[in-house]
Design a protein around this ligand. Structure first.
Ligand SMILES: *[C@@H]1O[C@H](CO)[C@@H](O)[C@H](O)[C@H]1NC(C)=O
Ligand SMILES: [Cu+2]
Length: 231
């Protein structure tokens, strides 16, 4: 039995993929995994999504969460990962405001409702060695909820795109989670551009089908989706 366990652990470590079951707001994590973050379909398999045009690209969830986390506007957020985020690629965060009369506990996030608040670029040194923010950590990078985001309930979508094999079509891997939050103390900003999931990404977007090893500088990378809303 012990031998079998060792074998399984070794097999899992060989290509460790990940889920993001816990949102952290200003250093305080949600009470337990999947309490405000919607449980994802790959909870066991840890498999990424390879086709960014499928319905799962929105939240990858098979279940809504029971709670809603309060997030003061201007907060620092990140996610805890179940495994080391060992693949190269960007981390992006999006928000979608829950329509009035609906709840973050049940709303599906459909329509052109998502705006991007954060993305990352690699740094490339003079030996062409590339590093991405958060790479090899057990957390996703920190981002700020813009202080001018209007108060109210939102879905927060966190995404890490693994690009190590992405020079082939449909070989980028999308790892993601959505959390149910309520932004408090917000402002009068007009978030945008707004996009839908699926819809925002195509398989051959230059940030999705890309040979990252030929990037001359980090800013040559083109993150998929809309521009970041600056708040
Ligand atoms: C990210 O934010 C947390 C607080 O939520 C803080 O403890 C941590 O030091 C920050 N990490 C970095 C790399 O700034
Ligand atoms: Cu992998």
């Amino acid at each position: 039995m012990k031998f079998l366990t060792t074998l399984l652990v070794t097999a899992a470590a060989a290509d460790a993929h990940y889920t993001f079951p816990r949102l952290v707001v200003n250093g305080k994590a949600e009470d337990r995994d999947w309490s405000v973050t919607r449980r994802t379909r790959n909870e066991q398999s840890k498999q990424g999504i390879e086709n960014p045009t499928v319905g799962d690209i929105r939240c990858y969830s098979n279940q809504n969460a029971g709670g809603i986390m309060q997030v003061p506007a201007g907060s620092t957020i990140h996610y805890i990962s179940t495994q080391q985020v060992n693949h190269p690629g960007p981390t992006q965060y999006y928000l979608a405001k829950v329509p009035s009369g609906q709840s973050a506990k049940t709303w599906d996030g459909s329509g052109a409702v998502w705006f991007k608040i954060f993305t990352t670029y690699p740094s490339v040194d003079k030996n062409k060695q590339q590093t991405w923010p958060g790479q090899n950590l057990y957390v996703l990078p920190n981002a700020t909820i813009p202080a001018s985001t209007p108060s109210g309930e939102y879905l927060l979508r966190a995404e890490h795109i693994a690009l190590h094999m992405a020079s082939q079509a449909n070989k980028a891997q999308f790892y993601l989670s959505c959390s149910q939050i309520e932004i408090t103390g917000g402002g009068n900003g007009k978030p945008g551009p707004l996009v839908s999931f699926p819809g925002a990404y195509r398989s051959n977007d230059p940030g999705i089908q890309v040979n990252i090893y030929s990037l001359a500088s980090g800013s040559d990378y083109k993150p998929p989706g809309p521009a970041v809303w600056q708040g």
